[in-house]
Design a binder for this molecule. Structure first.
Ligand code: GCB
Length: 608
């Protein structure tokens, strides 16, 4: 009985939500938990609910709850699971592309990792940090619940200082559930694969008692020399402390003092700094320090704003030569997650002549954004508010706001990121516009320097060839972006030649999507659906059509690579893949790739 009480005490029934995210993980003292993790497929959530469907972590039971990671210690003991004897999955990585029987799986899978950890300093604090887990996760360390996290594409962490075993193995267990929900963000219906699992890096992060948890060091809106931002300390000695910000290459070394909440306002001038741009992606090593600790990372400085119908980067008008990208590797057919995956995708974008990418339709891995910083590629980042979100559900709004907060928190120091996108192709209604307006206000309150946009929709009228962009949400954005599919869902490619665009906003206009499907290697004439020639024809007719829009300032055709989608069921042609990529599932370029490449060469010449 005593043993039972002890065991029950070990189970912490309260629920802690993920704590404020620690930023700049690559710049910290970390220990990776990437590698092989044992897993148990649990479609009925037997490891979570008892037979009365009550969660074990709220109603502890000595043998229930896979998070206890128990082992049979005598021959009479009844335990109906065993992580040690279960197969393994690679983390990070989606489960769908690692085990054939999981390709279409949507449900719960338990993951378990055993690890030893010795602190480098006995007084330090220790956190466990997840780059992303899709979609919902319940996290337990040594049988205790750390919390629950919702949202498949943003980082979260939990403090584990007091739970770590001094000697012996720690057992880290996650229940990961990728079931879709009507009220979720995204919701039930999307045109991409619902890859489940621990899809990004897992790290143990060791920090001092009071540590630099976050900082924001960027040029002020509209300025090319004034830096503004903050440094935040977390811990018992966070208030009234001095913190330093230094940029040795610019001989800058400034001191600021934290307020009673541990936050210091940062304000200084850059003299003779080289501004970041796609042509010169200059990054400076910026170091933030306090009481003997320091955190560093490369940061670029640039200004981004709109003026009338122009987009100004460092004060100069530019055209954004872009492409949409899903976070997926064509040849492997799973989530992209390594830096080398990111490099493959961004190198293709560069080869196409891009200076800009739209990372659709959710936050991509941090290594993608950091690489874009280094390679000089501008970035659109997007919240997964897609199609028919449950607009009037306050919980759905909170969820969307939370995901956006975590995205901005993670990437606010990346010079490459110039646009926060609130949503994609959302149907106009008061509830929806209100939802997006609130999200926009929230984004601006966190980061006043970047531009706000969303991929809007196009409407027709009685005239067959009029196409109108008119949306009550347009008043809140800095750049009008819309998706159009003339030539694919809307007539044949030649229809583009007759379209009359009606866009009555005195703002820059960009086209966030256009395109059509082609099976790589399938040839026919330009009217044969799915042939490379049909897709090529769409590009040949669309680009001149868009050039007629006076405020046209950029475009991100749909899409760099073919990607998996369960909605695309046409045998032989689709087989579960959306074929609108300029590059096929096997990594081979289709004819349309070269049409866009030629157009971008011309646009680049013009920009010089
Ligand atoms: C769209 C969506 C995108 C789809 C694409 C398509 O408008 O924004 O997510 O994949 O159309 O292929 O139909």
């Amino acid at each position: 009985m005593k043993k039972l009480t002890l065991l029950l005490c070990l189970i912490w029934v309260g629920q802690v939500h993920a704590q404020t995210v620690i930023t700049n993980i690559p710049g910290r003292n970390t220990f990776t938990l990437n590698g092989k993790w044992h897993y148990i497929i649990d479609p009925y959530e037997t490891g979570y609910y008892d037979y009365r469907y009550k969660p074990y972590d709220a109603n502890p039971h000595p043998y229930g709850g896979f998070f206890l990671d128990q082992h049979q210690t005598n021959k009479t003991q009844l335990i109906e699971y065993n992580f040690d004897k279960s197969p393994t999955l690679w983390v990070p990585g989606d489960w769908n592309s690692q085990d054939e029987k999981l390709l279409y799986y949507e449900g719960s899978i338990w993951y378990r990792k055993l690890f030893d950890y010795k602190k480098s300093n006995p007084n330090d604090r220790v956190f466990i940090h997840f780059g992303a887990v899709n979609y919902e996760s319940d996290v337990y360390l040594n049988g205790k619940k750390l919390g629950k996290h919702i949202g498949g594409f943003t980082p979260f962490n939990y403090e584990i200082t007091d739970l770590l075993k001094k000697d012996g193995k720690n057992s880290l267990v996650l229940k990961v559930d990728n079931k879709r929900h009507k009220e979720g963000v995204p919701t039930l219906n999307t045109d991409w694969w619902n890859y489940g699992g621990i899809t990004r890096d897992v790290d143990v992060v060791e920090v001092p008692q009071t540590f630099i948890s976050d900082y924001y060091i960027q040029l002020k809106k509209g300025s090319q020399k004034d830096v503004a931002g903050y440094v935040k300390l977390n811990g018992p000695n966070a208030a009234n402390q001095t913190v330093q910000v230094s940029i040795p290459e610019l001989k800058i070394n400034k001191t600021f003092t934290t307020d009673e909440n541990g936050k210091a306002a940062v304000d200084f001038q850059l003299k003779k700094a080289e501004l970041w741009s796609p042509k010169h992606p200059k990054l400076y090593k910026v170091t933030v320090s306090n009481a003997g600790q320091s955190v560093s990372e490369p940061i670029g400085f640039r200004s981004i704003e709109t003026k009338g119908t122009d987009i100004l980067l460092n004060g100069k008008s530019m055209f954004l030569r872009g492409i949409c990208i899903h976070e997926e590797m064509p040849m492997r057919g799973g989530r992209a997650y390594t830096e080398s995956d990111a490099r493959t995708l961004l190198n293709w974008a560069k080869e196409l002549g891009c200076n800009y990418v739209r990372l659709a339709h959710y936050p991509h891995a941090e290594n993608m954004i950091r690489l874009a910083d280094k390679m000089g590629i501008l970035v659109w980042e997007e919240n997964p508010v897609y199609w028919t979100i449950d607009w009037s559900n306050p919980g759905t709004y909170k969820n969307a706001e939370h995901q956006l907060t975590d995205l901005i928190t993670r990437d606010k120091n990346r010079a490459s990121v110039i646009i926060w996108s609130m949503a994609n192709e959302t149907p106009v209604s008061d509830a929806r516009t209100n939802f997006l307006r609130k999200l926009t206000q929230h984004a601006r309150s966190m980061d006043s320097t970047r531009l706000i946009s969303a991929a809007l929709e196009v409407h027709g009228n009685n005239n067959r060839y009029d196409r109108i962009v008119e949306d009550p949400f347009a008043q809140y954005v800095d750049i009008i972006n819309f998706n159009e599919y003339v030539g694919w869902y809307d007539g044949l490619p030649e229809k583009c030649d007759s379209i009359n665009w009606i866009i009555k906003y005195n703002k820059p206009v960009m086209v966030s999507e256009f395109g059509g499907g082609a099976l790589q290697g399938l040839h026919g004439d330009s009217l044969t659906r799915w042939s490379e020639e049909y897709q090529e024809s769409i590009y040949k007719h669309t680009l001149p059509m868009l050039m007629k829009i006076p405020q046209f300032r950029g475009v991100t055709p749909w899409i760099l690579c073919d990607f998996r989608s369960p909605k695309r069921v046409l045998p032989v042609t689709q087989d579960g893949w959306n074929r609108k990529g300029l590059i096929g599932q096997n990594g081979t370029k289709k004819k349309a790739f070269f049409v866009l490449q030629k157009f971008y060469k011309k646009m680049e010449e013009k920009d010089k």
